[in-house]
Design a protein around this ligand. Structure first.
Ligand code: NAD
Ligand code: MG
Length: 461
């Protein structure tokens, strides 16, 4: 059986969801049990055959999708209820743009943020979700009576967020909390068998094998939001797993792509926060400048697509138009191109397996366009090598690299360490950590804390 089979993913999703928790009464009444069961069996078979289980399979057929959706419930007209975790961030606000631009397709069910309550309340007034979650109780306490629109309720704290994410009323979870803090709610969503539009790459960097196994057990799905992984997900629709020889992740090269090694020592946070092609949150913008973002993405791809690290490569492409490529055994390279706009991969992750019109900018092919590619320079950007190493080692390497980097970026933004120290301290902590090949989630958390302390100690010396 090959990937070209026009199997419908909507059926898989309905089947997996029904299996893991009760559906809303209306949908239950409409659902046809026989279709669900045969779909689930088919899914299980294809999963084993492809060995790529919890990634929502890229291989679908649009018209078949619509047909089978109608068979399982005739609810194609009902908007999917979306939980947006990290709604006040760069990905979160772009997600709300997509939802607003696709009327009738999605409805915001829950918006969650850490402590940026002013923007969160503005968002709640604009889109009237059922729930607003503020993770920081101090920030939540400042919310005045009557600040929420009618029909919207407030919940506080990370436990409340985990519970609400698992609600049967949530159809899609957008995981867009930044950093290691995003792991627990993504975990909760997968535990409940949800389909997760995953921006929080840290979940897979820290606990890739554990999260993929959890999704396999619960029927949860991950559709990537990261533009590179979205491109790969799309390119994989053209071949089988056995036919893939290499995945090439493109990288903009960041603001210091052409700067000399000597001058990188003097880079300031202000300079590093100016990205040439993407507008993103501060943490990932610094990661793009050091190219640690590509290191994290190598690890993310390793677990998401179940490919050995040796099949993953990085190519610098300053225009950020080719978002990544897949090379097949016959030498064909399939790439996905679009203007640099995160709303497209977000919409793809929300709408998969369907495609429809959305807010994303289009190319103007009447204008000349140049695409450049070059290998990354390992001397100026040593972080990329750390990504290859951590992807190859697996185990606790990803969690330690991620935690050391988060702490080092914080130190750099606060003026405690230099730009070039970031990769240096990460390399040292990665080398010195007590490696475990098959960690539990507790091991991951313990080593995350250990790595942060090591960076703080190093910065204080
Ligand atoms: P951001 O800093 O702009 O926003 C972060 C969001 O997370 C905010 O809503 C904030 O309130 C929330 N948050 C922070 N700490 C939290 C906590 N402890 N509990 C609950 N919520 C918390 O970040 P971003 O750029 O939107 O990135 C979000 C994630 O998406 C990151 O994992 C990043 O790597 C990934 N990503 C971002 C982009 C991009 O273009 N911005 C692209 C690819 C992947
Ligand atoms: Mg990316």
């Amino acid at each position: 059986m090959s990937w070209e089979i026009p199997f419908n993913h909507a059926v898989e999703e309905e089947a997996a969801r029904n299996d893991s928790h009760p559906m809303p009464e209306k949908t239950q009444r409409q659902t046809h049990a026989k279709v669900e069961v045969s779909a689930l069996n088919f899914y299980t078979f294809t999963v084993i055959h492809r060995g790529l289980s919890p990634v929502a399979m890229p291989f679908t057929h649009r018209s078949a999708a619509a047909d089978v959706r109608a068979m399982v419930g005739g609810n194609a007209a009902e908007p999917l209820r979306v939980a947006v975790l990290g709604s006040t961030g760069s990905i979160g606000t772009s997600t709300l743009d997509v939802i607003a631009a696709c009327p009738g397709r999605f409805s915001p069910y829950l918006l969650a943020a850490h402590r940026s309550t002013r923007l969160l309340l503005e968002q709640a007034q604009a889109c009237r979700p059922r729930w607003v979650v503020v993770v920081d109780p101090v920030a939540a306490a400042e919310i005045g009576v009557g600040a929420l629109p009618e029909g919207t309720r407030l919940a506080v704290g990370p436990e409340a967020l985990d519970d609400l994410v698992q609600s049967p009323e949530v159809d899609r979870v957008v995981s867009a909390i930044v950093g290691a803090a995003g792991l627990r709610s993504t975990w909760a969503a997968l535990e409940a068998g949800k389909t997760v539009a995953l921006a929080n790459k840290e979940t897979l960097v820290m606990a890739g094998p554990l999260a993929m196994r959890l999704a396999e057990q619960t029927g949860g799905r991950i559709v990537p939001v990261d533009s590179e992984h979205s491109a790969i997900h799309q390119a994989l629709r053209t071949g089988t797993a056995a036919e893939v020889t290499r995945i090439v992740l493109t990288a903009s090269g960041g603001p210091f792509r052409t700067r000399s090694r000597e001058t990188l020592v003097d880079v300031t946070p202000e300079e590093a926060l100016k990205h040439p092609t993407w507008s993103m949150g501060p943490k990932i913008t610094i990661d793009s400048a050091t190219m640690m973002n590509k290191a994290l993405e190598l690890i993310e791809a390793r677990w998401l697509f179940g490919l050995p690290a040796a099949k993953l490569a990085v190519l610098v492409h300053p225009q950020s138009i080719v978002h990544s490529m897949v090379e097949f055994v016959d030498g064909s390279v399939i790439a996905q191109l679009s203007p640099p706009d995160m709303r497209l991969p977000i919409q793809y992750a929300l709408s998969h397996p369907e495609r429809f019109d959305g807010p994303t900018r289009r190319f103007d092919f009447t204008q000349a366009m140049t695409l450049d590619f070059a290998p990354p320079d390992p001397d100026r950007f040593p972080a990329v090598r750390l990504g290859h190493e951590a992807a190859a080692r697996g185990g606790t390497a990803g969690a330690v690299l991620n935690a050391a980097n988060e702490e080092a970026v914080r130190g750099f933004l606060e003026g405690a360490i230099r730009f070039t120290d970031i990769a240096e301290v990460c390399a040292r902590v990665l080398d010195e950590h007590p490696f475990q090949p098959e960690p539990s989630l507790d091991d991951v958390r313990r080593l995350d804390a250990w790595a942060r302390q090591e960076v703080v100690k190093w910065a204080c010396v």
